[in-house]
Design a protein around this ligand. Structure first.
Ligand code: NAP
Length: 276
């Protein structure tokens, strides 16, 4: 029986994961900004669920939630850094405050929860951290560059983290979904820059129309994504990265090819920029 600690468990991947884990008999610390959103989950549990109020931007809530998890279950086997949202706006439009808020949740929140959980995993000489990145952690776009930047940061953090905690028996896996049918793309979750500029209307209006179209019609099934996350934790040799969805597969492979083409195009210049 494993003990899982999940951030952002009030909806989407986090909620589905909590439900599936409880159903299979695991112990779950389900955390959310609004714990009342987890009332239904509570009805499905029989002593193997702990609900904690946790905004990943709030260090004392992080410390309290990790402390309560250890007090109740003695251990955290799996940390799922799932909480996050998407910021829409071109680089010229987004304000400093909007960028910082995006990084506070998607990057600093993840870092702070991870740092609070690690001493317990190190003491146990085992553990697995699943970090919700995205295909946006490997690619970027005109109207989502700040969200993509935050997920690129999650990629670099996770790669470095994996190397530093391997000697303690702790694994790290980046989960890189494409488009999945949660409420991620709807008005509840997405934040749009308040500094709209008419010069970018064509691009931004295109994105706003696309979001309306895609919301509820994403090809990705979050139930299957969550099954894949659980499978990664059961894998004796888990990967650093897991792409989820054929769209993620295609975009990641197009990026690989673009990177190679860019690197190879100037091989001579690259290699000659040294002292003779
Ligand atoms: N769905 C996709 O297509 C997709 C693709 C790639 C990556 N992802 C990633 O998957 C993760 C989960 O997203 P989802 O698709 O399940 O969307 P979702 O249904 O919108 O869930 C996001 C969760 O994050 C929580 N959250 C946001 N800010 C928070 C904060 N400051 N502190 C604590 N919790 C916070 C939300 O809580 P509230 O209820 O309080 O708002 C919600 O529970 C995100 O990191 C997202 O970037 C999703």
């Amino acid at each position: 029986m494993k003990t899982w600690f999940i951030t952002g468990a009030s909806s989407g991947f986090g909620l589905i994961l909590a439900e599936k884990l409880l159903a299979q008999g695991d112990q779950v610390v389900a955390t959310a900004r609004k714990p009342e959103a987890l009332a239904e989950l509570s009805a499905q549990s029989n002593g193997n669920l702990l609900i904690q109020k946790l905004d990943v931007n709030n260090q004392s809530e992080i410390d309290d939630a990790i402390g309560a998890a250890i007090e109740k279950f003695d251990k955290i086997d799996v940390l799922v850094n799932n909480a996050g949202y998407g910021m829409v706006g071109t680089i010229e439009e987004v304000t400093d405050a909007e960028v910082r808020a995006q990084f506070d949740t998607n990057v600093f929140g993840l870092l702070n929860v991870t740092r609070a959980a690690l001493p317990h995993m190190r003491a146990a000489k085992s553990g697995h951290i699943l970090n919700l990145s995205s295909i946006a952690g490997l690619t970027s776009s005109a109207t989502f560059p700040i969200y993509c930047a935050s997920k690129h940061a999650v990629e670099a953090i996770s790669e470095g983290l994996a190397a530093s905690v391997k000697p303690f028996g702790i694994s790290v896996t980046l989960i890189e979904p494409g488009l999945y049918r949660t409420r991620f793309a709807n008005q509840t979750s997405i934040r749009v820059t308040e500094n709209r500029m008419s010069e970018y209307d064509e691009q931004m209006n295109g994105t706003m129309d696309w979001l309306k179209e895609v919301d509820g019609a994403q090809p990705g099934d979050p139930e299957k994504a969550v099954d894949a996350m659980i499978a990664m934790v059961n894998d004796p040799n888990p990967p650093l990265r897991l792409l989820l969805g054929p769209d993620a597969w295609d975009r990641a492979h197009a990026k690989l090819e673009a990177l190679k083409a860019d690197f190879d195009r100037n091989e001579q210049i690259t290699k000659s920029a040294v002292f003779n």
